[in-house]
Every structure is written in C-alpha cells, then in structure tokens.
Ligand binder design. Structure first.
Ligand code: HSE
Length: 327
C-alpha cells in the first residue's frame, strides 16, 4: 500500500476516460558501471498497452501479442495487470471499477532491454491517464517497481525509472526511494544488439558475487562518479572512458555469445563504450553520432551472421519523454 489516504483524495470521476493507448520505452539499465542505480530510455523499441474501462468488475487481460505465448494471461500473475491492480486498490476503486487490457510487446522478453519494465510502465501510466492523471510520476514509480518484483523477484528501479521519466535516471537511494533525472548529452546514440538467447534477470542476478574486492569497488565508484560529472559537462570521451565494469561484466558476459569479439568491433570503430544492457544478453555501444552507431550496427550484424547467431539490432537516440499516449 502506498500513500493511500493522499491518493484517494485525488480522485475525480468527472475526469475519467473510457480508453487509452500508451507507448512506454525500452531501457538500458546499469549504464555498464552503475549496477541497479543508473539507466536510460531509448526511442525504440517499446511496448504498447490499450486499456479500457468495462462494466465487469476487476481486471481482465484480453490479449497479449509479440510474446510467443510466454506471458501469463492471469491478471494477478502478469506485471501489467498486477501493478495496475495494486494502484486501483490503493485508490479504493478495486470494488467499483472494471478494466480490460491488451498488451502489445514490441521487444523480446528476457533480453536486457527492460521488457517487463516497459510493459509495466505502460500499464501504470495508462491507468493514471484513464483516471484523469490524479498521480505524479513520483507517485506512480513504486507501483512500477512492484511489477519488477513480480517479474524477477527484485524491485530494482533502474529500468522502470528511465522508462517512466524518460532520459537518464540515477537512483541514489532505495530506502528512502530517491530518483534524480540527469541531463541528456544530445548527441549520444546507442546501438543495441540482441543475440537471440534468453537470459532471465533472475538467473543473471544469481551470477553476481556477494563479495567484491575493495580495489574493484574503488574503481567502480570512480567510474560512476566521473560518468555523472561527464554527463553534466557533455564530455563524450569521458562518458565512454567511465562506462566500464570490472564487477558484473566478467560473469554475465559468459552468457552472451561472442561478447568479446563484438566489443572489439565496436571499440575499433569509434564506439565511446561497449557493454551489457541490463542483465543481457543485449549488448550496447554508445556513439557520438548516428553514422558511427549505424556502422557499428552493420559490422556486428555481419559478424553475427557469419557465426549463424540469430539477432535483432536497433539504433536509437536517448528517449527524453518516457511514456506517451498514442492516437
Ligand atoms: N540492474 C538490473 C540487473 C537490471 O542488472 O540485474 C535488470 O534489467
């Protein structure tokens, strides 16, 4: 339950809508060096939710597309309906309101692109729009995090926060929950490569060691600190130099086919940096312009084809808007 009393007072049924169609963006969590605390949103891909009010009480999932039948249609097991239900309950509307949901997945599941987060954010944002926008994004965030807890057992916010707020987000603290939006250096372009192997976040988190050498922690702290300074100063080379990870990447990269070879291709072709997106297997290269980002996409695409590795690629700017209504 979150802020129940405050939230209930904000409801004005005159503002309710009948139907909304929402897009929410995919995200790159961790930004390589900032495990669980940094992330950014991309313009594409993203998931879409169509939410309608119905006369039948409760929440019903009418349809899910693009998931190859993998996601549950049971409303209490699906992250979209579950988080929307929690919000509806805290608003005191669960016994007077009916909702139907269609989820259209436009990105692979278990890919490291914040797939569950984009769906959850689309659903929570859609419900808030349907109710006439009673809540701020800060108030919606905990409901989105509940979706993450259901999806992978951990309520991390480094996917849901950038998907909800857009741009680059930093989570300086989980208790209390604090989120800070950082400026977005305008020339950054990201190349995303998804080799088609599934890496569930739950499993990828088990690979991480509990104990880390102090020397590695010091290096990582230095990288996070200099990354944030470089973002504020639009220093692209320093952004690239800072985005390195000695703690998680050595373990998780073993699950990603040809990780080292892809990294070499990217770095030899002017990428600012290269690493794992979220918990993988998607990898990402950051570049200073679209030409470099597209060249890296093409070279890695050709390389993976030569190795017969099925894959998808995307080139995108950083999304600064977060979720939006589609018409
Ligand atoms: N920070 C999370 C992790 C993101 O790396 O496990 C999961 O997408």
């Amino acid at each position: 339950m979150f802020q129940e009393v405050v939230i209930k007072n904000k409801i004005n049924s005159d503002k309710f809508l009948q139907e909304v169609h929402v897009f929410a963006p995919a995200t790159v969590a961790n930004m390589i060096c900032g495990f669980d605390i940094l992330g950014f949103a991309v313009d594409e891909p993203g998931d879409e939710v169509i939410m309608k009010r119905t006369d039948k009480l409760g929440i019903e999932i009418l349809q899910i597309t693009g998931d190859e039948g993998k996601l549950p249609l049971d409303a209490m097991k699906n992250t979209v309906s579950y988080s929307a239900w929690k919000l509806l309950s805290d608003l005191g509307l669960n016994e007077s309101f009916g909702l139907s949901i269609e989820l259209h997945k436009k990105m692979p599941i278990g890919s490291g692109l914040g797939s569950s987060a984009a769906s959850t954010v689309a659903g929570v944002f859609a419900l808030n729009e349907l109710l006439g926008k009673p809540l701020s994004k800060d108030e919606l965030l905990p409901y989105c995090m509940e979706g993450e807890r259901l999806a992978c057992g951990s309520a991390h916010a480094d996917n849901v926060a950038p998907s909800l707020y857009g741009g680059i987000t930093l989570i300086p603290s989980y208790q209390p929950l604090l989120v800070r939006s950082l400026p977005v250096p305008k020339d950054l372009v990201v190349t995303l490569i998804y080799p088609k192997v599934e890496v569930p976040t739950k499993e990828a988190r088990k690979l991480i060691k509990d104990k880390v050498q102090l020397k590695k922690v010091i290096n990582q702290l230095g990288n996070v600190a200099s990354l944030i300074a470089a973002i504020y100063e639009n220093d692209y080379d320093e952004i690239g130099r800072s985005m390195q990870d000695e703690i998680i990447e050595p373990h998780r990269s073993l699950l990603i086919p040809y990780f080292d070879e892809m990294k070499q291709i990217a770095l030899e072709n002017e990428a600012l940096t290269f690493g794992i997106s979220g918990s993988g297997p998607t990898v990402m290269a950051l570049s200073k312009n679209s030409l470099v980002a597209e060249k890296i996409e093409q070279l890695i695409h050709d390389f993976l084809n030569s190795k017969h590795i099925d894959h998808l690629t995307f080139v995108s700017k950083i999304n600064t808007q977060g979720p939006y209504l589609k018409h």
